[in-house]
Design a protein around this ligand. Structure first.
Ligand code: GLN
Length: 532
């Protein structure tokens, strides 16, 4: 029998509901329960694939190739599980399936309505995941803010589930407890209002998580308990912390897992959080520090690169190193930005804007022995930079940016024949074969790996021989050998790039080799600079 925890949010978005949901999941998992998580996104897009990272943060990619909301990245990282596309439910997906059923005549002449047809579809989508995963606890996070028109059908579906399942469901509501700076006093009114809004829909929260800059005072917790009709111990404080990975520890200290276990009538097993605690300690108390530049296009909105930040944090923690990330806007890149930088990442990207700045950054890293990791777009631009500078193919470029004299990055013929926009991406986990004796082989310690992909363009096979003859080593390829997957530069301290996205599969206690290698190379470079 699955139990459910529904996580809603009030007052405003961006309160860290995803981290709340993930932290609860981790704590229950640490008690020996199996946990899974579902994200509901009340927008009409069927998936996140076409969405601008400026608006919603990074597009996260799962093993099965689904492009999903970045909260699924948090679930995977905190719970150390691999999810599938059905863990991200959007209004678009629900309506599409309802409308398809209607067209097939499955509603037998009924008037198709939001209640019950859309709400039934929502409940069925949640239960399908619950049944398939057989998880003891299914955490369902509802995106957006209570009161939004878009989220109404979802909240109504959850209300119905509560009516059907009773004590097997718990509602956790995350709200903001602001401090009015003039008086410095925590204010509960926004929380009261959002709970009132929830109740108007028929949902009474069981737990209230109060976000704010400082911990909630006892008086404020009492007030929230009284006004919102929850027990005092169910008002949990979630103040700002240095690292998101501290949040589970914070909840643990306040007894949140016990409260949830009692509510859900789940047996409490011995807890084991020691591995997590060690990881958090390593994040909070690094022995050394390195500065890594990310030369990107959306550096204004850090959420667009969240998986990179996390992957670096995980790799750093494993090596006792704290990572200071220096954000460099690609279009503005100049060599002066590289002062005091230990390593460079050129990440994912689409379109021409910023490409030349990123190429300049790659050239600097290559010619100044600065550790470099290129990912996807960064991999493609490293090939372009090498073709221009070393093969002297001045017009070398990617056909993504228009017709070019030397299309070193191009679509594969089979990609070209697929014209429908959005449907041509090579997505999800794909096998990569690694050549023995290369840097990639040393890092992975394997000759066959699987990594997640999200791209259209590839290294043009026509140029591979010339690039390799000039010293660029393609150490990872697709099993048929046609697609270049990893490049490296023998003789350089650390110059490696991948067509795939290792950042998506990095986990707190299982960092990915390409990031570990980068941090290691940065530490080595620091030592060298100090001793010289
Ligand atoms: N724009 C490039 C492509 O489509 C790279 C994509 C990426 O960086 N994810 O192949």
């Amino acid at each position: 029998m699955n139990k459910y925890i529904f996580v809603t949010g009030g007052v405003l978005s961006g309160l860290g509901k995803g981290i709340t949901a993930s932290s609860i999941g981790l704590l229950l998992k640490s008690r020996g329960l199996t946990v899974t998580a579902i994200k509901i996104d009340p927008y009409l897009n069927c998936d996140a694939g076409t969405m601008n990272p400026y608006q919603h943060g990074e597009v996260f990619v799962l093993d099965d190739g689904t492009e999903v909301d970045m909260d699924l990245g948090s679930y995977e990282r905190f719970l150390d599980i691999d999810l599938t596309g059905d863990h991200n439910i959007t209004t678009g997906k629900i309506y599409k399936s309802v409308i398809e059923k209607e067209r097939r005549g499955e509603y037998l002449g009924a008037t198709v309505q939001i209640i019950p047809h859309v709400t039934d579809e929502i409940k069925a989508s949640i239960k399908r995941v619950a049944e398939r995963t057989k998880a003891d606890v299914v955490i369902v996070e509802v995106g957006g803010t209570v009161g939004d028109i878009e989220s109404m059908p979802f909240l109504e579906a959850l209300r119905q589930m509560h009516q059907e399942l009773g004590d097997d469901c718990v509602f956790v509501h995350t709200t903001l407890v602001p401090v009015v700076s003039v008086v410095g006093e925590q204010k509960t009114k926004p929380t009261q209002h959002s709970v009132k809004e929830l109740r108007a829909i028929g949902i009474q929260p069981d737990v209230i998580i109060g976000r704010g800059t400082a911990p909630l005072t006892e008086g404020i917790r009492r007030k929230i308990a009284l006004f919102c009709d929850v027990p005092f111990e169910a008002v949990i404080s979630a103040p700002d912390v240095h690292s998101i990975y501290q949040v589970p520890v914070l909840f643990e200290e306040q007894g949140l897992p016990e409260l949830l276990l009692t509510r859900l009538k789940l047996p409490a097993k011995a807890r084991d959080l020691s591995q997590w605690q060690r990881f958090v300690d390593a994040v909070l108390h690094p022995q050394e520090q390195v500065r890594i530049a990310i030369v990107g296009k959306y550096t204004m909105l850090r959420d667009s690169y969240v998986s990179y930040v996390e992957a670096l944090t995980h790799a750093g923690a494993a090596l006792g190193a704290g990572i200071e990330i220096v954000w460099i806007e690609a279009e503005e890149f100049s060599e002066s930005h590289m002062e005091g930088i230990d390593g460079v990442i050129v990440p994912v990207g689409f379109g021409h804007r910023g490409a030349e700045g990123k190429i300049r950054a790659i050239r600097y890293a290559r010619t100044h022995n600065v550790p470099f990791l290129g990912i996807c777009y960064g991999f493609q631009l490293a090939v372009i930079e090498f073709a221009r500078s070393v093969l002297h193919l001045e017009g070398a470029n990617s056909t993504e940016f228009g017709p070019t004299e030397h299309p070193v990055i191009d679509l594969m013929p089979e990609q070209r024949s697929l014209t429908e926009k959005g449907a041509t991406m090579r997505l999800g986990a794909q096998p990569v074969m690694i050549e023995r004796g290369t840097l990639a082989h040393k890092l992975y310690g394997a000759t066959e790996i699987s990594e997640r992909h999200r791209h259209r363009y590839e290294v043009n096979p026509r140029y591979v021989r010339d690039l390799e003859a000039a010293g660029l080593k393609f150490s990872g390829k697709s099993p048929d050998g046609r697609r270049m997957e990893i490049l490296e530069l023998p003789g350089h301290p650390y110059f490696i790039a991948s067509q795939f996205h290792p950042e998506f599969t990095s986990r707190p206690t299982r960092p990915r080799p390409l990031f570990v290698g980068l941090v290691q190379a940065c530490l080595a470079r620091r030592k060298l600079l100090v001793s010289s």
